[in-house]
Design a protein around this ligand. Structure first.
Ligand code: ADP
Ligand code: ASP
Ligand code: MG
Length: 405
């Protein structure tokens, strides 16, 4: 029947009760005759004893900043605990299983601790265990570099582990099990009537993930797309099939209503600062100086708007003080608005459709929400609003484009 990869996120493996549900999904797949690689995240969320953020806080309590290599070693513990506990629970039910670290499963990466790139996956060890009839439980988020050091793949990287393993094993499907019923039209924590999308194209979901939809890591979607492996995002807490992410022709053929949909979903990123720099007489080539200096200081810039009068752009709040210092040192007097949110209206179907921006402006104006800045592409319109307006903005846009229907 072929290999399937099942990935369970932090809330899915958090407690004995939720792990029972995980095992229920594993048993169902085994009954159907599939060979299984199960990828797990660290248990629970921030504050839970073995969650990634909790482990990190242990080190920060000691003061100072851990070197990135040691930080990866520390973070890697969360997934190891999770994999071993789940493996034990399977064995206790007489389901043959083995737990492997990322390195043990053959995931070889660069040495860029904290953001390592997968360079190669050696599948022999996993295939050996699968051929023995064992469920292979792999720690998500982890790899190993050429020196044998444990590396991590970036926060939320267990999704990436899952699709990369799926690609290497030419899996039939990669199932990402989480705490929501699939990829929804917006974050359900903010938009209560957000609706699961049944089938969508890789590119659109990758875009949505990059723009803040934290339900799946964008790199995971890219890998699935390159390997042409179907990806499903579904809930551990139900038997519903969730969202199928696949290539666009398949998505279109499976979901006729997609054809008429202009907007697919709305995503958001908080903690953004808007910076405006006025071109100053005597300071030649303002544009060049501003952006070269941001690049030199590794400050990533977004929503860039360059005119003869100067430059308007955004950085993450965490980089704002540094950006301002750098600009002042160059002789500029930047103005900043911190605590903003970037709200993105995303839809492959909005290309050449008139009136989408008008509806966005209308939705926000009806709520009295000022737009601080905007930009657009073929498939996305971004608006910058103050963080205190973000929830209302998301809900108003969701309603305006009737995404709840
Ligand atoms: P896991 O630990 O399973 O990886 P995450 O917390 O990483 O779970 O992702 C699931 C969460 O993503 C949901 O609880 C939800 O609040 C959030 N989320 C943000 N945007 C979306 C969206 N468009 N659709 C579904 N969930 C979303
Ligand atoms: N545990 C890791 C994190 O919190 C990886 C993951 O959950 O995907 O970022
Ligand atoms: Mg996640």
């Amino acid at each position: 029947m072929g290999v399937r990869v099942l990935k369970f996120g932090g809330t899915s493996v958090a407690t004995k009760q939720t792990r029972e549900l995980v095992i229920h999904h594993i048993e169902r797949e085994l009954k159907e005759g599939h060979q299984l690689v199960v990828v797990v995240s660290a248990m629970g969320r921030s504050g839970d004893p073995y969650a990634t953020d909790t482990l990190l806080s242990l080190a920060s309590e000691e003061g100072g900043e851990l070197p990135s290599r040691e930080k990866d070693l520390l973070m890697g513990c969360g997934e190891i605990i999770s994999a071993v506990v789940l493996c034990g629970a399977l064995q206790a039910r007489s389901i043959p299983a083995v737990a492997l670290t990322g390195g043990g499963a053959g995931i070889l990466t660069s040495s860029q601790f904290g953001e390592a790139r997968i360079e190669e996956i050696r599948t022999d060890r996993m295939k050996h265990h699968l051929d023995q009839g064992e469920v292979v439980v792999v720690t998500g988020f982890q790899g190993q570099d050429s020196r044998g050091d444990l590396t991590t793949l970036g926060r939320g990287g267990s999704d990436t582990s899952a699709t990369a393993l799926g690609a290497a094993l030419q899996a039939q499907i990669v199932d990402i099990y989480t705490d929501v019923n699939g990829i929804l039209t917006a974050d359900p924590r903010i938009v209560k009537d957000a609706k699961p999308l049944t089938v969508v194209g890789y590119a659109e979901i990758c875009n949505m993930a990059r723009l803040g939809a934290k339900v799946i890591h964008p790199r995971a979607v890219e890998i699935a797309q390159q390997a042409r492996i179907p990806l499903r995002v579904r809930s551990t807490f139900s038997d519903e099939e969730g969202t199928l992410v696949t290539d666009l022709p398949t998505a279109l053929s499976l979901a006729a209503p997609l054809k008429d949909r202009h907007v697919t979903g709305i995503a958001h990123v908080q903690g953004v600062t808007q910076i405006s720099v006025r071109a100053v007489e005597g300071i030649g080539d303002t544009q060049l100086k501003v952006f070269q200096s941001m690049a030199r200081h590794h400050i990533s810039v977004d929503l860039i708007n360059v005119t003869l009068a100067g430059a308007l752009y955004t950085v993450m709040d965490a980089d704002a003080d540094k950006a301002v210092r750098v600009l002042r040192d160059l002789g500029f007097e930047p103005e900043t608005v911190s605590g903003c949110a970037k709200v993105s209206v995303i839809g492959g179907g909005m290309h050449r459709v008139p009136g989408v921006m008008a509806r966005i402006v209308e939705a926000l104006a009806e709520q009295g929400i000022p737009i601080l800045q905007s930009a657009d592409s073929n498939t996305t319109i971004w608006v910058l609003v103050r963080e205190e307006h973000m929830g209302n903005a998301l809900r108003a846009l969701h309603a305006k484009f009737e995404l709840h229907l």
